[in-house]
Write a protein that binds this ligand. Sequence first.
Ligand code: DQA
Length: 142
Amino acid sequence: STIFALNGPNLNLLGTREPEIYGSDTLDDISAMVAARASELGLEVDFRQTNHEGTLVDWLHEAHATDAKAILLNAAAYTHTSIALFDAIKAIRVPVIEVHLSDPETREPFRHHSFVEPGAVAVVKGLGAKGYLVALERAAAL
Ligand code: DQA
């Protein structure tokens, strides 16, 4: 079954957005890397990005309704603000793996709390784009 890779706000600007923090890969580059590794693993990945909190909630519900195998979730700034995402993760059966390019714990204090983490089965952070591949391997092993 499918693995959802869901990306939140401002991640559409990867490549030019603060490359010293997030690296120079675009989200399309990351999507292509993930797709290549997924096909080696015999998995299908549905890779998406939105700037809208409610859309992320809808996609979490969709992953549940379609019985997805797992969700890789980089909720970006909503990680640190969204009780709605926390509630959605608690409401669904599909395991969520939290992903961040940077390590939010080593950055501004307002990034230290994650509403995703209490519902996640694993957290992969601070590994840049490669973190998506690590998260994919974790999902494959579930
Ligand atoms: C991020 C970290 C978040 O704190 C930030 O708001 C982002 C990206 C990351 O991938 O490092 O937009 O999720």
